[in-house]
Design a protein around this ligand. Structure first.
Ligand code: ADP
Length: 451
């Protein structure tokens, strides 16, 4: 059974991990897909922006300036270096205008989008020639609103080829009749795309986590329940084994005694007859005691049986116990004079005898009992120098049929009922029973009863 639970636990852990991995994989793929979708939708939107002619006024502005610069350059009025300066000046003035067209946040579904246009090269070519005079090569910003320096992705590139007659419109491709060429490249960037995609996936993410949590909870409850059931089954089996064992001895003795009495031959002397009858009587009482231990009929206090018990009564119970356990060293001390326990003597007897019996049974050589009280409560403490009780067992100690498992359960006889009755009686009087113990250092049971 233990192994079954172990396998089941391992199976559950494995299933949860596998489920989490599969879910993680799907979510990651959805994440990539969403990111890709957003990227292509944004690229499309930029293309539309360019083809719609919305950026024409900005483009015309720098193209016009470039064209007149080329004219001046050809006339020798400006030098090559002047072109980069011109681009930089143009960029400074056009970028704010650009911002007006692309409001970062509102451009596409809350994505923090920026757009930049760069001049990659500017060349003046003699008509019909392939190579020409390069005025600039590199990457100079014409206009853009990527002020945070977010990594950019190229969206498109274009070659503006023109001549004196037609400076703005690109000449048809294949037309060699151009005398300048400007290559520009457009880039876009999304500053917050990870956050945005995650935000859009948040519903799915939360649902997955909740679902996984729910599965883990279900597994946990199932296994916990199984372990609890197993414990209950073990406890019951132990109880049945123990009670069978406990009844076996008196039954066997009774059997022998009855057979002795039935023996017709030989005849028994009066003494033998008496001894046999005493055996029957003792075994009968033992069985009755066992029976009452199991059923323990009256644990509730009855008004007419309540008495004010004190020092003398405790001493009497201890002395009776000493008769059957002469080897036990029992000290009793009353800490506060005149302490009173208002209870049924049978109950006080059950509590004390059960605690003393346990102390001796589990190997203590000395037991110290103290009785103390104040205005509100009376304390009865039974402390022994026995083997003590492991901390993890103490929580269950007062449960019905519970016995601390130590190898062979039958080495010390018991039904796991003694402490259960101690607690039941304490509860019935509105008090409580507690244990303090360290393994190897004895145990101290305290009974607190309200005055
Ligand atoms: P039983 O003694 O019949 O097994 P109890 O309810 O009296 O049942 O005790 C429950 C368990 O608590 C015992 O099995 C024993 O392991 C542990 N126990 C009780 N009293 C002591 C003690 N004084 N010292 C060590 N162990 C104890």
């Amino acid at each position: 059974m233990k192994q079954k639970i172990l396998y089941l636990t391992l199976g559950c852990i494995f299933s949860v991990i596998a489920l989490a991995c599969i879910q993680g994989y799907f979510i990651y793929n959805t994440y990539l897909l969403r990111a890709k979708e957003a990227n292509s939708a944004i690229t499309q939107k930029f293309l539309k922006l360019e083809t719609d002619g919305k950026l024409d006024s900005i483009n015309n502005s720098w193209m016009r300036k470039t064209f007149s610069f080329f004219e001046k350059y050809k006339r020798g009025e400006v030098s090559k270096d002047g072109y980069l300066k011109l681009i930089q000046q143009t960029g400074d003035s056009l970028s704010p205008v650009m911002n007006h067209y692309i409001e970062k946040q509102n451009f596409f579904e809350g994505y923090d989008v920026s757009y930049s246009n760069y001049v990659i090269s500017a060349t003046i070519v003699a008509p019909g020639q392939k190579t020409g005079d390069t005025l600039f090569a590199g990457k100079a910003l014409l206009f853009g609103n990527n002020t945070d320096g977010t990594p950019e992705t190229q969206a498109s590139q274009s070659n503006w080829r023109g001549n004196n007659r037609d400076f703005v419109n690109c000449l048809p491709s294949g037309d060699k009749n151009y005398d300048f060429e400007v290559v520009t490249s457009r880039y876009y960037s999304i500053a917050n795309w990870e956050r945005q995609v995650l935000y859009k996936l948040s519903g799915l993410l939360i649902f997955s986590v909740v679902l996984l949590g729910f599965v883990v909870l279900l597994f946990y409850l199932t296994i916990k329940n199984l372990i609890r059931q197993r414990k209950i089954a073990d406890v019951k089996t132990d109880f049945i084994n123990n009670i069978t064992h406990e009844f076996q001895t008196p039954l066997a003795a009774l059997d022998i005694a009855v057979k002795t009495l039935q023996r017709k031959d030989g005849g028994l002397s009066a003494e033998q007859n008496n001894n046999t009858l005493q055996i029957i009587d003792r075994q009968n009482k033992r069985m009755q005691k066992l029976f009452s231990q199991v059923t323990q009929a009256s644990l509730t206090p009855e008004a007419d049986k309540l008495h004010e018990l004190g020092y003398e009564d405790v001493v009497e119970i201890i002395n009776d116990f000493r008769l059957s356990h002469p080897e036990a060293v029992i000290h009793f001390r009353q800490e506060t004079e005149g302490t009173i326990l208002r209870m049924d003597k049978f109950h006080l007897n059950t509590i004390l005898v059960n605690l003393l019996d346990n102390a001796v049974k589990y190997g203590a050589t000395q037991v110290d009992i103290t009785l103390s009280g104040n205005n509100t409560a009376t304390h009865l403490t039974v402390k022994d120098n026995g083997p003590g009780i492991p901390a993890k067992e103490q929580r269950l100690l007062f449960d019905k049929f519970y016995r601390v498992q130590k190898g062979d359960i039958h080495t010390t006889k018991g039904l796991g009922l003694g402490l259960y009755y101690v607690k039941r009686i304490a509860d019935a009087y509105g008090g409580h029973a507690a244990v303090k113990s360290e393994e190897g250092n004895g145990a101290e049971f305290t009974l607190l009863l309200p005055v």
